[in-house]
Design a protein around this ligand. Structure first.
Ligand code: SF4
Length: 370
């Protein structure tokens, strides 16, 4: 099975319940609230009558699937494509308290928590944080560059809902270049081996840039096979405005070219990306952005609208959900979204079955149980 049964069934039940009864408090539409007739400053769309406007397929059905929890932005590396260490430079030494992390998870109640950063293994309370989230029944993906796995492994215990998610963008030479430090690949591999030997679940996380050779990604996944890695996440890079190396990022056409042969990879290796998201990447289906499905919380608060672009930080999750004009984002609505195809914006759309086809259920079941 691709994921533990508890995760597969728990997620299916959570999605079904929330689709049937979406939490009312999160469905206020900030974009259309500007059209409240009592508001003298409301924007009146004269060109497209209200009844003919295209509504987002999940309008009024917003709920989170994965919380992106960033307890700190401090990192021991300065990866070329990283937006965090640049955008949060002024707060790079600050960190959330354990209580703030847990309150964020309780507020949004997403079944999966992706602990990222920064380097989360530098967070002093990472052990108690993981234990407390597991106690709350959350599934955890701890996203790490892998360098401190061996040193910090004793802080955790193997659990079917706890995954170490190790960042690897290519084989040794390429990866060390991307993270701007020699020896990182080797440390990460040693960390993976140690974690697997101790009974932990481990997956890898790969970002595809313009210069990525997809044959090398195949070589990487084949290299990792003997270590018993439990799955691979793969996503095209997003062109952060905070990152000045513009030529490393992909346009939508570039993404489709890169992912044209993804079927071969997904047949040979255990990719954690859903079949619908992979079809989106190779241009076989359209998906709308559902950034609210992957909310981000960090030292500045709830980051809106998404993991990638920042227009506001909100104090509460409810404010993020109700004050963000969700309809203003996504390709065609905001130029910053034009080339975005990253998993945190579109995997929720795939998981929620937006723009689904007749064969999707069959594909999803056979993918989940393979
Ligand atoms: S399309 Fe991408 S950049 Fe735009 S809101 Fe969605 S996730 Fe964020």
């Amino acid at each position: 099975m691709r994921f533990p049964l508890s995760l597969t069934l728990g997620m299916a039940g959570y999605i079904a319940r929330n689709k049937m009864r979406p939490p009312k408090q999160w469905q206020v539409n900030a974009a259309s609230s500007a059209e409240d007739a009592s508001n003298p400053f409301r924007i009146i769309h004269t060109s497209v009558p209200r009844e003919r406007r295209r509504q987002h397929p999940m309008i009024g059905k917003r709920f989170p699937l994965v919380l992106m929890l960033e307890p700190l932005h401090t990192c021991n590396l300065t990866c070329t494509g990283c937006g965090r260490i640049r955008e949060y430079e002024s707060t790079i030494t600050e960190r959330l308290t354990l209580a703030q992390c847990l309150r964020a998870s309780d507020e949004c109640a997403a079944p999966i928590v992706s602990i990222c950063g920064g380097e989360p293994l530098l967070y002093p309370e990472i052990g108690p944080l993981a234990a407390a989230l597991l106690e709350r029944g959350r599934h955890i993906y701890l996203c790490t560059n892998g360098m401190f796995i061996r040193k910090r492994l004793h802080l955790f215990r193997p659990h079917e809902s706890f995954f170490l998610n190790v960042h690897l963008d290519g084989m040794e030479k390429t990866h060390d270049l991307a993270v701007e430090k020699q020896g990182v690949f080797r440390d990460a591999i040693e960390g993976i081996k140690a974690a697997k030997a101790a009974g932990f679940k481990v997956c890898t996380n790969t970002t595809v840039y313009k210069e990525t050779d997809m044959r090398e990604i195949e070589e990487l996944f084949a290299y990792l096979e003997p270590f018993g890695v439990d799955g691979h996440m793969i996503s095209p890079a997003y062109g952060y405005s905070a990152v000045n190396v513009r030529e490393i990022f992909l346009t939508r056409d570039d993404v489709r070219d890169k992912f044209a042969g993804i079927d071969r990879l997904s047949k040979r290796f255990r990719l954690n990306s859903t079949p619908a998201y992979l079809e989106f990447l190779k241009g076989d289906r359209e998906l709308p952005c559902t950034a609210w499905g992957n909310p981000t919380y960090n030292v500045k608060g709830w980051k809106g609208p998404c993991y990638l672009i920042t227009d506001a930080h909100y104090e509460t999750f409810e404010e993020l959900m109700t004050r963000t004009p969700w309809e203003s984002y996504g390709a065609g609505n905001d130029p910053r979204c034009e080339h975005c195809m990253v998993h945190c914006g579109y995997e929720p759309s795939a998981a929620l079955g937006i723009n689904s086809k007749l064969t999707d259920s069959f594909k999803l079941v056979s993918w989940a149980f393979r």
